[in-house]
Design a protein around this ligand. Structure first.
Ligand SMILES: [Zn+2]
Length: 171
C-alpha cells in the first residue's frame, strides 16, 4: 500500500469544517482548529460561534442559557396580535444577540407559519421583554419557544404554561 499524492489533498480538505450561522443559517466554512471561535457572519454580520454540526457544541449549554420567564398573547394599539413575554439571560456571559421563535398553528394543530423577535445585546442576568407579531389570523396556538444566541440554540425553554385540557386524561 502506498499513499498517492491525492491522499494529501484529502487530508487538507478534512481539516476544514462546515457549519451555519446561528442567526441567518448561512453556510460557513472554516478551519477545523477554529471551532469555538466567535466570528462575524459574512452574510448578516452578526456574531456566531463556529461549531461542528452533529458533534457536542464547543460550549456547555449552561454558559449561554436563556430562559423564558413569562409568555402570553397580547395585542398592540392597532389590534395586531402578538406573543409577548420575558426572556432572561441566566448565564454569566454578555450575549451579542438573542432570538426567540415560535411555530404558529391553527385550531386543528396545523402549522400556519412562524414568528420571532430578536434583541441586539443581552447582558448577563439581564431580562428582555420580547414581542413577536402574529399576522396569521388563523393562528391560535404557539409552539414551545425556540431560543437562540450566537452560541447556538439553547434548550432551556422552560415555559410556565397551563396544562393542556386535551392531554390531561391520558391513561
Ligand atoms: Zn449570518
Amino acid at each position: 500500500m502506498t499513499l498517492s499524492p491525492g491522499d494529501g489533498i484529502m487530508m487538507t480538505r478534512m481539516s476544514k469544517a462546515n457549519c451555519y450561522c446561528n442567526f441567518c443559517s448561512s453556510p460557513m466554512r472554516f478551519e477545523f482548529c477554529r471551532v469555538g471561535e466567535t466570528v462575524n457572519c459574512f452574510n448578516c454580520g452578526m456574531e456566531t460561534v463556529l461549531f461542528i454540526p452533529g458533534l457536542a457544541p464547543p460550549y456547555a449549554e449552561e454558559q449561554y442559557g436563556l430562559e423564558v420567564r413569562e409568555m402570553k398573547w397580547g395585542k398592540n394599539q392597532f389590534g395586531l396580535r402578538h406573543v409577548e413575554g420575558v426572556v432572561q439571560n441566566v448565564s454569566s456571559k454578555n450575549l451579542d444577540w438573542a432570538r426567540i421563535e415560535f411555530i404558529l398553528s391553527d385550531k386543528a394543530g396545523v402549522a400556519v407559519g412562524s414568528t420571532s423577535d430578536c434583541l441586539i445585546s443581552l447582558p448577563a442576568k439581564a431580562t428582555w421583554k420580547f414581542q413577536a407579531p402574529v399576522i396569521q389570523g388563523e393562528a391560535v396556538c404557539v409552539s414551545d419557544p425556540i431560543l437562540t444566541c450566537e452560541y447556538g440554540r439553547t434548550g432551556k425553554a422552560k415555559v410556565p404554561r397551563p396544562p393542556s385540557p386535551v392531554s390531561s386524561r391520558a391513561a
